[in-house]
Each structure stands twice: as C-alpha cells, then as structure tokens.
Design a protein around this ligand. Structure first.
Ligand SMILES: [Zn+2]
Length: 441
C-alpha cells in the first residue's frame, strides 16, 4: 500500500485500491511534485513490496523535499497589541512567570515561526528568537516582502523632561534594552535592521546623554549605545513615535537637586482585595493588610521629610499588576518602593531582602538593605534579575523590599508591632538618602 499525503497529512490516498498499475503512476506523481515544489509526503507500508514500487533513495528525496519546504514556508506576521506586551527569552516558567527579554510598544511587527501552547515563537533576527503571548498579538495583514530594512538619520536632543535619541526606521521592528554600569550606558538592540545611518544630529539641549553611537553587531542587529553623564541610571522608555518612522529612546535625567523635597516617590503596598498574599503563622493576618500598614507608615515618614509620595493603593482593593504599572507610568515617579512580606515552606526561613531586575537600579536596593539590617533582621540577601512585575518597568529606579517573613514566628512578632512599621519606614528613608548621596558622585 502507498499513501500520499498532501500538505502535512491533510489528504491521504490509499494507492493499492487502484491496483498495481497505479504504483507507477504515483512514482511519476511524486517526481512531478518535486519539480513543482509541492509539499507531498510519501509513506510506504510493509505490504506493498516497497523495492518494486519506489527505490529507497527516491523515497528519501521526496521526504527531504517535503521537510525543506516545511521550514521555508511556515511563518506569518503579527503586530503587538494590548497593554504591556513583552517578549520572553524562552519557555521557562516559575511562580512569577518566565524570564522577560523586554516590554514592547504596540503595533511592533513580529515574524511568527512556531506556536507553543499560549505563546508564539518569533524570529527577531537571523540568530535571535523570542516568545510572546498569543493574547499580546493580532494578525498583521500588511505585505512584508522587503528583503531587508534600513535605519535612517538620528537626532539626539532634549525636551523639557527627557533626553531623546530618535532613530529613523522604515518599520516598527522589535528591540530590547540593556543597562550597563561602569561606565553607565544604555544599550538598545534593534532587530531585523541594517544601518544606513550616516547622519546623527546632536543638539545642546541634552542634559544626560554624553554620547550616542551605534555598531552593526550582526548583519541584521543594530546596537545603539547611549553613554550617560551620571553613574546612576534614572530610567528610560522606548516606543515608536506616532508616524512609526522613528524609534524614540527617552532617557530620564538625574534630578537637578538630589534632595527629598525634589522627588516623587511611589510606594506600592503589595496585594489587596481578593489577592490576600501570605498569611501569618501566629496572627493569621494577611500580607495585604500588613503591606498597607507599612506603606502608610512610609508615606507619612517620607511626607514629613518633604517628598511627594504617590501610593498605588490606600484601600483594601483588587489592583492588578498591569493596573499598577500603567498608573505608575502615568505618575512618572523618580523612584518606586514596593513593599511585601516573605513566606516560605520552611518555618525557620527568616530575614529581610531587597530585589531588583536591572543592574542599573541595583544601588538603591543595596543602600536600603544595608539600613534594614540595622533593625537586627537576618540578611536574606540582595537579589538580582528578579522577575517580579513591578521590578519590570525601566522608567524609574525601583526596589522591592520583602521586609521579613510572615511564615517565621520571630519575624511575624515584629511585623505585628506598629513601632516596627515606623522603624522600617525610617530605615527605608535612610536607605534612599544614602543612595541619593552616592548618586551625587
Ligand atoms: Zn507578596
């Protein structure tokens, strides 16, 4: 019996039904399919005396041809959509989701090459791929038959609030950013594009950018380097302008006066509403209640020292991470402090810890941890590359403080004490002050 499958097994035809003469017919059909670049897969079973019908090399040729055609034709284009679309490096997952590569603007064009569960695998450039949630893309019906895209001229300038590197582009292509320290730089990789940038206008209106240049690091990956004047990263935001013809890399400037009165500090009380968080072993009290108490104490303390404080929540309400992130983007704070309480299966685990995602934001988490340790709490560590949602924004320095463990009796006794709330507020304030002092250098 011979079966011929057309287009990945959508059509099977049992050849033996047509009698032995048909074998020769199918042999010629398969040769024709190879010549016409049709996608035929030929399968023989043991009953059909394979040697007499088709030679093994011929069968091999047909199968290889079908496979080769499969890999060249199976892709399509999509555009990013919805709130906060992001790319992931791989299919890894944990309690807080997989490792994120970057957030993307909306209407960024992506080439889908595979489908894996709720994600698409996308080809960013010849040697780079990523994954994006299917919910974060929509079909792109535009024609993409250009063999390559080119960059155009750049403009480096400042407006009232930011320094900007505007990169001329032909299409809304994907990108990712990397903070570097010593020297402090922002590096932005733009995928699927080749340089035709022969003109970079640099204006005196910049305040934070010392230099901007690029390197074509791969045939289709353009790397933008932005050297900063200050050691401290104060944040950045990348999106296309309304024409889609310019990638706008906005750099947040260091505030002119590094004092509390000059700062907007966002404070996020973790959890809330139906999202209760962990619960205490003695009090059975929920994390959402304690985080709000700590946040209120911090708001009061920072307010007394002259800072402008923005609270993501002041009530026991449900608030998604996307809502918090978008509200924070709107507020545009100088920094964010997120407050949570830790919990572990092992009741002996205790202590305080601080977290960051991007290396340029690490210093704030170090000075705050150092001050928190003065409270006599164990050191649970300073944790980097953490994939907590509010460590994800690149727009402002941020620090997650896991104050202490609700699952440890000794830690929980402290957490239940209002005096401890005020003491933590004071230490976080001092940690911010230390960080400001170090940032003046
Ligand atoms: Zn929590």
């Amino acid at each position: 019996m011979i079966w011929v499958a057309v287009d990945t097994a959508t059509f099977f035809m049992p050849a033996c039904f047509a009698g032995r003469k048909s074998h020769r017919y199918f042999k010629w059909l398969c040769i024709a399919s190879n010549l016409l670049q049709m996608n035929l897969i030929l399968v023989c079973c043991v009953f059909c005396h394979m040697k007499r019908i088709v030679s093994i090399p011929f069968l091999f040729l047909v199968l290889m041809n079908a496979r080769a055609q499969d890999t060249t034709a199976s892709y399509f284009y999509v555009k990013t959509t919805g709130q906060l679309p992001f790319l992931e490096y791989g299919l890894g997952d944990d309690r807080l989701g997989g490792a994120k590569m970057t957030f993307l603007d909306t209407n960024v064009v992506l080439k889908v090459i595979d489908s894996v569960g709720t994600d698409y695998k996308v080809q960013l450039s010849r040697y780079h791929t990523g994954y994006i949630a299917k919910a974060n893309v929509k079909p792109d019906t535009a024609q993409h038959n250009k063999p390559y895209y080119l960059t155009a001229s750049w403009r480096v300038y400042g407006n009232a609030t930011h320094d900007i590197v505007a990169v001329g582009m032909e299409e809304r292509l994907p990108y990712r950013s990397i903070q570097q320290i010593n020297p402090s730089r922002l590096v932005v990789d733009i995928f699927g594009v080749t340089s035709n940038t022969n003109w970079i206008t640099q204006l005196k209106s910049v305040k934070e950018i010392r230099n901007a240049w690029y390197e074509q690091v791969e045939d289709d990956v353009l790397r933008v380097f932005i050297e900063l004047k200050h050691q401290q990263h104060w944040g950045h935001y990348i999106a296309y302008d309304s024409s889609g013809k310019r990638l706008m890399i906005r750099i947040k400037r260091q505030p002119e006066k590094l004092c509390m009165k000059n700062l907007v500090i966002a404070v996020d009380a973790g959890h809330g509403g139906s999202n209760t968080g962990a619960s205490g072993v003695i009090s059975k009290g929920f994390e959402k209640m304690y985080t709000l108490q700590f946040a209120e104490a911090l708001q009061k303390y920072l307010g007394r020292k002259g800072a402008h404080v923005y609270m993501t929540r002041t009530l026991d309400v449900d608030l998604s991470m996307t809502d918090r992130t978008l509200a924070l983007r709107q507020q545009d704070p100088n920094l964010l402090i997120s407050l949570h309480l830790n919990s572990a299966g092992n009741p002996a685990a205790k202590g305080t810890s601080t977290y960051y995602r991007y290396i340029g934001f690490r210093p704030l988490t170090q000075t705050i941890l150092d001050r928190m340790l003065e409270l006599g709490l164990d050191n649970y560590g300073n944790i980097g590359n953490f994939n907590f949602a509010l460590s994800g924004p690149t727009e402002y320095p941020n620090c997650l403080v896991e104050i202490a463990f609700l699952s440890n009796e000794e830690d929980e006794r402290r957490i239940m004490d209002p005096k401890f709330h005020r003491a933590v507020a004071k230490k976080i304030y001092k940690g911010i002050k230390d960080w400001l002092k170090a940032s003046r250098k």
